[in-house]
Each structure stands twice: as structure tokens, then as C-alpha cells.
Design a protein around this ligand. Structure first.
Ligand code: FES
Length: 118
């Protein structure tokens, strides 16, 4: 199915391993909660849904990285499942191998766009 790009935010709103931006995504005819963060210089987006129980991850709006100094992983605020921010792969905790679902995003001309269903 062909998709269309929709603006999420300015690229400057996504500092490296910093606060993320929540957005709604049209997917298979349904609105779903999603988020985007910046990791390793690129925007990375996923459905905002833990692999353990389908609840949203952020403990405070936009706070997706773990609370350690290195902020290496995305963390679920409910029971602490950890996910790799590049792939969404489960790296520890109750996600038990179930990763986050990636969402395609692009950064262009200072803005970040999501590709969603028509
Ligand atoms: S709901 Fe996310 S770790 Fe349990």
C-alpha cells in the first residue's frame, strides 16, 4: 500500500539520546500511539507499546531513555523492560524477547516525517 509523509516535528526537537516526541500514527486504518527519539544521529520511531503488556512506555511524556548517565536504552516505565534504541530489540526485563515495533521515519530539510497509510 502506498503511504504518505506527515510532519512529526522539527529535527531540532530531538536531541541525541534526549527527550522524544509522541505522535499519533495511522496504521492499518487505526490511530496508534507512537514516538520518535534520536539515537546515533538518526531519528528512531516505534509504536508506543511495550512488548510485555501493551501499555505506553514513557513515565513522563517524552522520557523514553533509561535514567542512567549513559542513557543507552529505551525503558518501559511500568516494569522496566529495556529496548535497544536503534532496533527496538528487547535487551532485558519482562519484554522476554518481544521488541518494539518500528515505524518508518525520515529526516529532511530540518524536519522529521513519518510514513503512514493513505
Ligand atoms: S508493561 Fe512494560 S515491562 Fe511490563
Amino acid at each position: 500500500m502506498a503511504g504518505r509523509e506527515r510532519l512529526i516535528c522539527a529535527a531540532s526537537e530531538l536531541p541525541e539520546q534526549g527527550r522524544g516526541v509522541r505522535f499519533e500514527l495511522s496504521r492499518s486504518g487505526q490511530q496508534q500511539a507512537a514516538f520518535v527519539v534520536r539515537f546515533d544521529g538518526r531519528p528512531r520511531a516505534f509504536l508506543n507499546q511495550c512488548g510485555h503488556v501493551p501499555v505506553e512506555l514513557d513515565w513522563q511524556e517524552g522520557e523514553f531513555f533509561d535514567h542512567s548517565r549513559s542513557r543507552l536504552y529505551l525503558i518501559c516505565s511500568t516494569h522496566g523492560a529495556l529496548y535497544h534504541p536503534a532496533s527496538g530489540q528487547c535487551v532485558g526485563g519482562r519484554c522476554a524477547g518481544r521488541g518494539l515495533i518500528p515505524v518508518p521515519v525520515v529526516e529532511r530539510d530540518g524536519h522529521v516525517y513519518v510514513m503512514e497509510d493513505q
